[in-house]
Design a protein around this ligand. Structure first.
Ligand SMILES: [Zn+2]
Ligand SMILES: [Zn+2]
Ligand SMILES: [Zn+2]
Length: 267
């Protein structure tokens, strides 16, 4: 059985977000992460967040065979240290990431010791073969001050796209139509960037400095779910996103908003 479980549905800051009182009453959401179980029961974690302990509890496991990283922004990597000797004292965990991401890990003292101590074994490639599953890295444009960004396409009988962050559909699709792109990749389940609902959601900050395609625009591009369509699930929600309170604008069109514990069979 090949299965993916959603372990975190929020943007890097989680919900509630530190220093914010808009969201203290909202249900908790962890920074974005998924867990993949391959055909032989191997456990592969995507992103390493500071809520790893809670997330492994949701997943029902205590250790992982490998970690995939999409990019270096804080919520995707701030749990890497938890694999080290102060905490899990893991050994020989496969670390799948890009060359640029690995260079950053090697240059960052807190992380480079995880390599020299043998906690992680780096494996840089663009296609990874796991038992019964192929994982393909797809480069997408996203603020790259620290590293590049790769979405992952997880392919078994069914395919799941994990695209938590990107800047704009225009750049990611390079002029293609969203539905055509998903069809071309043969995606059955798309977990995609739903950071902001609208383009003017951050009242006290310049939103253009943290670009993400607004859910409103994505819904316009998708339209209503039709017979034969795959699933689209919005993840990486910012604490300001009204979908954290009410997911109707998405569900009434036949799509979904991610929540911790959702699972997707790829058989
Ligand atoms: Zn992020
Ligand atoms: Zn808030
Ligand atoms: Zn990011």
């Amino acid at each position: 059985m090949v299965e993916v479980t959603l372990l975190g549905s929020a943007q890097d800051g989680g919900v509630p977000q530190v220093g914010c009182d808009c969201c203290v009453e909202l249900e908790q959401r962890y920074p974005v992460s998924i867990g993949l179980i391959d055909a032989e029961g191997g456990k592969h974690l995507f992103e390493a967040t500071r809520h790893l302990g809670d997330q492994l509890r949701i997943w029902g496991c205590s250790e992982v065979d490998s970690v995939f990283l999409t990019h270096a922004h804080i919520g995707h990597v701030d749990g890497l240290g938890l694999f080290g000797k102060e905490t899990m004292a893991a050994k020989g965990v496969n670390l799948y990431c890009s060359k640029m991401m690995l260079d950053l890990i090697e240059r960052t003292p807190h992380w480079s010791t995880l390599l020299s101590d043998g906690v992680f074994i780096p494996r840089v490639a663009s296609v990874y073969q796991l038992p019964g599953v192929i994982v393909e890295a797809i480069e997408v444009p996203h603020r790259d001050e620290l590293s590049d960004m790769h979405a992952y396409l997880i392919k078994a009988e069914k395919s799941l796209l994990f695209l938590p962050d990107h800047d704009t559909w225009q750049e990611t699709l390079r002029g293609h139509d969203l539905r055509a792109w998903l069809n071309h990749l043969e995606v059955d389940i798309a977990l995609i960037d739903g950071t902001f609902y609208s383009a003017d959601e951050l009242k006290h900050r310049d939103q253009s400095k943290v670009p993400h395609p607004p859910v409103e625009q994505t819904l316009q591009m998708l339209g209503e779910r039709r017979e034969g369509d795959g699933e689209v699930v919005f993840i990486h929600l910012n604490h300001t996103n009204p979908l954290c309170r009410d997911d109707t604008p998405v569900t009434e069109l036949g799509w979904k908003v991610g929540k911790e514990g959702m699972s997707f069979s790829l058989d």
